[in-house]
Design a protein. Structure first.
Length: 324
């Protein structure tokens, strides 16, 4: 049987793990980002469940919902439907996990509300900026996960406790726990700092006459920066999208490698406008995502190469965006 869950270190990953933890009574958890899996930096066996991450070389069960991960498997000649677990193009991995186990067993009723919030948060499916800023139990827990000032060990310990609490209690109860409220209060304080940093580091391309895409360039910072890029829409409400660019850090050391992330504005009907952020990342072959949000990385051999790739990639993103 399965003895560990390896999951994405975001709200969707936490909820996915909570459901798996409930079903199999697993307390051993490991949190990772997509590159940890694609670069084979973590040994995973057939005794482990993997959620909301690319498919590793092997695992016991795999749950995911990212189009790019499915495309990568088919490119390798692997049928996702033949892998134990489930792949489906749902708004969240939590939804994939929930539907899979609901067909096989009785799950607590409170999981439904938890998964419903994961659908909205992970796909950024808010109806307006006011809706996005509304304080919900899911938004509170998600905010605590965006607080990056804690040490990695402390952060992993906190996420483990979240998973174990969410498997036993409704999301509303977990959001009200003293440890969660304390971290959320710190996150709200951090938000004000983030807004000021976005004001300093944001700009628009000269060719972007209608100021559609906010570009937040954090590559000048030598210390690892952290912002919530969607706060840019509070500063530039007329914008239709935001791009965040930063250097990747390894063990707190800045590298020349670049990380891009992008989101659509809540004022933009992405489907009606034909905008698809995840498709932009896939066309550039740097990452993946959903219509409303996506991310990618580029490895650069030198600072000069980094500066050149940054400029070229931003202009390519804008070109593809304009052509959609």
């Amino acid at each position: 049987m399965y003895d560990r869950i390896v999951t994405h270190d975001d709200f969707d990953g936490i909820v996915s793990a909570a459901i798996c933890s409930f079903v199999f009574r697993i307390d051993d958890l490991r949190f990772a980002g997509p590159r940890t899996i694609t670069e084979s930096k973590l040994t995973i066996t057939e005794e482990e469940i993997v959620c909301d991450l690319p498919f590793p070389l092997t695992c016991g069960l795999w749950f995911d919902h990212h189009q790019g991960n499915e495309d990568e498997l088919r490119y390798r000649g692997i049928d996702p439907q033949g892998i134990p677990g489930r792949f489906a193009l749902e708004p969240s991995c939590s939804r994939v996990v929930y539907d899979y186990f609901k067909e096989k067993d009785t799950l607590p009723e409170y999981f439904e509300a938890m998964v419903r919030e994961a659908d909205i948060i992970d796909s950024f499916a808010y109806t307006s900026i006011d809706d996005w800023r509304k304080e919900t139990p899911g938004k509170i827990v998600d905010g605590t996960l965006k607080l990056r000032t804690d040490e990695r060990r402390e952060r992993d310990g906190y996420m483990t406790q979240l998973v174990l609490q969410l498997r036993r209690h409704p999301l509303e109860t977990v959001a009200g726990l003293p440890a969660v409220q304390e971290k959320y209060g710190r996150f709200r304080e951090e938000e004000e700092r983030m807004i000021q940093q976005i004001r300093r580091d944001a700009f628009f391309l000269l060719e972007d006459k209608d100021r559609e895409l906010i570009i937040v360039d954090l590559t000048k910072h030598n210390r690892k920066p952290h912002i919530v890029k969607n706060l840019g829409f509070l500063i530039f409400p007329e914008a239709k999208g935001v791009i965040e660019i930063k250097n990747r850090f390894r063990r707190d050391v800045k590298t020349n490698d670049l990380a891009f992330s992008m989101s659509l504005s809540l004022n933009l009907n992405g489907v009606q406008e034909g905008k698809d952020v995840g498709e932009i990342m896939r066309v550039l072959n740097i990452g993946d995502g959903h219509p409303g949000a996506g991310a990618g990385t580029i490895d650069c051999a030198s600072k000069d190469a980094m500066m050149k790739m940054k400029e070229e990639t931003v202009r390519r993103i804008f070109q593809i965006w304009s052509d959609q």
